[in-house]
Design a protein around this ligand. Sequence first.
Ligand SMILES: NC(=O)c1ccc[n+]([C@@H]2O[C@H](COP(=O)([O-])OP(=O)(O)OC[C@H]3O[C@@H](n4cnc5c(N)ncnc54)[C@H](OP(=O)(O)O)[C@@H]3O)[C@@H](O)[C@H]2O)c1
Length: 260
Amino acid sequence: MNKQIALVTGASSGTGRHIAIALAQDGCDVAILGRRSQELEETARQITQAGARVLILNADLRDEAAVKQAMASLLEWSGQRVDILVNAAGIPGPLGDPIGELGVEDFDSVMSTNLRGPFLTMSYLLPVMCRHGRGRVINIGGTHGMRGRAGRASYATSKWALRGLTRSAALEVGEYGVTANLIAPGPIAVDRMRKRWAAQALDQGVSEDVILERYIADMGTALKRPNETGDIVEMVRFLAGEGGRNITGQELVVDGGVIV
Ligand SMILES: NC(=O)c1ccc[n+]([C@@H]2O[C@H](COP(=O)([O-])OP(=O)(O)OC[C@H]3O[C@@H](n4cnc5c(N)ncnc54)[C@H](OP(=O)(O)O)[C@@H]3O)[C@@H](O)[C@H]2O)c1
């Protein structure tokens, strides 16, 4: 992937940060988008350390004008080219609220981050990729968008709809050599999740390993191991690399074997 240009949204933390750094290690110059400046600076530091060029795009994906401005800055920086777009930004929204109690503002916020955000970046960058005759779009969905989930209606709806957006894009841009796929991770052991498990361990007076074992048993994970950010990173590498050249319109579940 030497000297390809990648944009990774949600690169200020979690999975997006790991994806951005991995693409830099693979030789890409990487633009990173998010709202928290300090966290973006840290990702940028690690990208620079990997020997790649980096562009920080501080923007709120819910704000159309801000995204438009960010995409203009990106194209100026890259010389009007983007080879890889990874839409990793996302929020879980309210946890446990049934639909009757789910506030419309919360619902809208999840939809505009998880669905309208990827729509906006794709609407600006797909034409650029098509003109260039090459491109890889990788949207990060989630297994909650494969089967629905009580108490997670806004999140599940947004991730489910992202599949429709991805498949439609694949059909629209395939003839120009552009692919669009979605990775559907099960719960990933990001810092945010590890903090939750640590708090539960303290609460229940058991070790974090015990909490993790229970969690894996509850999930019914075939492989009996948690989903690590590295598992998602490797799938991104595959789809963005030579292995992914004839794969499009697909949803790749990375969850250790829950949805089987
Ligand atoms: N963690 C899991 O268990 C899990 C499971 C399945 C799928 N996923 C999906 O995987 C992706 C990454 O999740 P994660 O848990 O690894 O990450 P995370 O640490 O929660 O980070 C989320 C990222 O999204 C960005 N973001 C959120 N709202 C934004 C907005 N309005 N505008 C711009 N950026 C925004 C955040 O940046 P700022 O805060 O700086 O804006 C941050 O970089 C998400 O799409 C998530 O839905 C996660």
